[in-house]
Design a protein around this ligand. Structure first.
Ligand SMILES: [Zn+2]
Length: 276
């Protein structure tokens, strides 16, 4: 599933494709549930003629601001992929939705597992306002982070995945951050010392920034994996220390990395660096 670095890479790709300023001439929806409840007719009618004013990221959402106070929020979920193509290029059989632009290009959404969602709304805060702080923002400081951990008696792994607590982390970067901070995924968040909180804070920023710099993580080769808007693989998979490296030696201490299940999520750790 795309996490903060992958979604950030997509947003930068959409900006590089010069979508800002483009006017939506029509839209196309072939999987109704992608719209999360809005009818296709209503979606097409409301979008028609609106200009894209801005494209940015909030948590794992791609936030497209249109003129007239309209917003399109795109969540890629498991297999969602955005690309910008000429109208004449053949369509992917897994295309679920597309925006047809005035300049003879289309923003196309391929999503083989169909969990991705496009939300068209004039009240984006109803979706985005409930999300936790952005971990790479300047406002995200150790002083902000420590009380978030101290306030929760939950296990670290599911807490880090909770988008209402911190935005943008998923399975890959949570495992990497916990390894970096030498913390077991089943530690109780409120039991962390101030020093451990600071280590985890720094680790979260480090692994996410490395992911952004590497233009995301692309684990496999098939179309369900992550690709940028231009169709490129990320490179951060080469920088992962524990995620899906069970059976391999820990890069820090050479102990064999193990995989456990925490809150139904596959979790990778070094039993020596991250004692329970
Ligand atoms: Zn180790």
């Amino acid at each position: 599933m795309p996490e903060l670095p992958e979604v950030e890479t997509v947003v930068r790709g959409l900006r590089d494709a010069k979508l800002v300023g483009c006017v939506v001439q029509a839209s196309r929806v072939s999987w109704t549930r992608t719209l999360g409840g809005m009818s296709v007719a209503q979606f097409e009618h409301r979008l028609l003629g609106h200009r894209i004013e801005d494209i940015r990221r909030r948590a794992k959402y791609i936030v497209i601001a249109l003129d007239g106070g309209l917003w399109l929020l795109i969540h890629l979920r498991m297999t969602g992929n955005l690309s910008v193509k000429s109208v004449s290029e053949p369509r992917d059989p897994h295309e679920r939705a597309a925006l047809v632009l005035e300049d003879q290009r289309e923003l196309r959404f391929r999503d083989s597992l169909k969990f991705g969602r496009w939300t068209l709304t004039d009240e984006p805060d109803a979706v985005l306002g409930v999300l936790g702080p952005e971990p790479l923002s300047e406002a995200f400081t150790p002083t902000l982070f420590r009380p978030l951990m101290q306030a929760h008696t939950r296990l670290l792994k599911p807490l880090l995945l909770d988008q209402h607590v911190i935005a943008g982390l998923g399975n890959i970067y949570a495992d990497e951050a916990l390894w970096e901070a030498r913390l077991h995924p089943c530690r109780i968040a409120s039991s962390l010392s101030p020093a451990a909180c600071n280590r985890l804070y720094a680790a979260i920023r480090k692994v996410l920034q490395r992911g952004v710099d590497g233009m995301g993580t692309t684990l496999g080769r098939g179309t369900v994996n992550f690709y940028s808007v231009a169709g490129r693989r990320g490179s951060n998979q080469d920088a992962l220390n524990v995620f899906r490296r069970d059976g391999e030696p820990c890069p820090r201490c050479s102990t064999v990395i193990t995989r456990i299940v925490v809150a139904q999520r596959s979790t990778h750790l070094c039993p020596r660096c991250q004692p329970g």
